[in-house]
Design a protein around this ligand. Structure first.
Ligand code: G6P
Length: 372
């Protein structure tokens, strides 16, 4: 009913709008006044966490993209090697695991069979399993050693939005917590990031307030056959997520690429007027990445593509090469996916509507897939 949708036409729109609160709720009570993390739910003793020599993230769909982003954070803040694998592939390739491996299973529903089978396999090998889950008491957390719940609230639309953002928050918290427990040399940076995380809900809110031009743009692209998405570093999984959303909702062909791979193949796809969405990393900090992506944008524009550029406020270097410029607030590099994903959700939702698709219940998809 309209009341259930809180006045929005679709659950997806309501859930996109709820993201600032979902992000804030997932942080609530997990950072103390001194800026330390207090993750009491992670009932794996610090003694065990200090011995972990490998982290493996398993998940499916959008949750897998959260896992890809987690890898950058975990390796950077903890220096523990981290692999990310599609749960459906992981189980069947005889992965190398032991009691010093920490497996993180990410699942909104907590009922995805592929992810459940992967975690069962990991536990059989003696690994600890930490679930990141949005559904209290569901199977995946029940079968895990510990669970960090995301507090997105019920997500009804099949395409995941607020659950994804809260999965990212949970992944950052786990990465920072591991760093804290293990006393890595990044202690100062960790404190700074914790402070930035506390502000991020307001940044998501600001992105939501500026989405009208994104909707207008989406409507003009309703008759396109393909949209490409490019990113680097954590912007690469964001590009994958942008492409997945478009497939799920708009039933359009879409692909995400690592921008550095463009020259190794995908550039052959660039055609006159092909829409290419580029997620640009911050020009501060990792400026090498930024410069490289700016030259990627130049290259695709020189071949006639229509460039849709998502870049930080104040990033002037992209202006000459952007046919459409979508601004996002400045954040630390690793946290950028929390703001950069939002325009892509809005973009896919609006394109789906413009194409007359059922936004909340896309064809052939289920919210939770309980078969392998
Ligand atoms: C289904 C949904 C996807 C979701 C995936 C994983 O395929 O359609 O939107 O990302 O399952 O779901 P989970 O509940 O494990 O996060």
């Amino acid at each position: 009913s309209a009341a259930e949708k809180g006045g929005y036409d679709y659950f997806m729109l309501k859930e996109i709008a709820e993201q600032p609160k979902a992000v804030a709720d997932t942080l609530l009570g997990r950072i103390d006044a001194s800026g330390s993390l207090t993750l009491d739910e992670v009932r794996i003793p610090p003694r065990v966490l200090r011995e972990i020599d490998k982290v493996v993230v398993v998940a499916c769909g959008t949750a897998f993209h959260a896992g890809l982003i987690a890898k950058y954070a975990i390796e950077h803040w903890t220096r523990i090697p981290c692999e990310v694998e599609l749960a459906s592939e992981f189980r069947y390739r005889d992965p190398i695991l032991d009691s010093r491996s920490l497996v993180i299973a990410i699942s909104q529903s907590g009922e995805t069979m592929d992810t459940l089978m992967a975690l069962r396999h990991a536990r059989e090998q003696g690994s600890r399993v930490l679930a990141i889950c949005n559904t209290n008491g569901s199977t995946i957390p029940r079968e895990s050693d510990a669970v960090l719940y995301t507090h997105a609230g019920p997500e009804v639309a099949v395409a995941s939005t607020k659950a994804f953002l809260t999965q990212l928050v949970a992944c950052y918290l786990v990465a920072l917590y591991l760093g804290q427990v293990r006393g890595t040399k990044w202690a100062d940076e960790i404190r700074t990031v914790v402070r930035e995380l506390a502000k991020i809900s307001g940044d998501v809110e600001r992105v939501l307030e500026t989405m009208e031009p994104v909707r207008e743009l989406a409507r003009t692209l309703a008759d396109k056959k393909t949209v490409l998405f490019l990113g680097r570093h954590v912007g690469y999984p964001v590009a994958l997520e942008g492409a997945l959303k478009l497939k799920e909702l708009a039933y359009m062909h879409a692909e995400g690429f690592a921008a550095g791979e463009l020259k190794h193949g995908p550039i052959a796809l660039i055609d006159e007027d092909l829409p290419v969405v580029v997620v640009v990393p911050s020009p501060r900090g990792r400026s090498v990445l930024h410069d490289k992506i700016v030259s990627n944008i130049q290259e695709i524009r020189a071949r006639g593509a229509r460039t849709i550029v998502i870049a930080e406020e104040g990033d002037e270097a992209v202006v000459p090469y952007a046919d459409h410029l979508i601004r996002i607030p400045a954040t630390p590099t690793l946290l950028q996916p929390l703001v950069a994903t939002v325009p892509l959700q809005v973009f896919a939702c609006e394109l789906a509507t413009a194409r007359g698709n059922e936004v909340d219940q896309p064809r052939n998809l289920a919210k939770s897939v309980t078969v392998e």
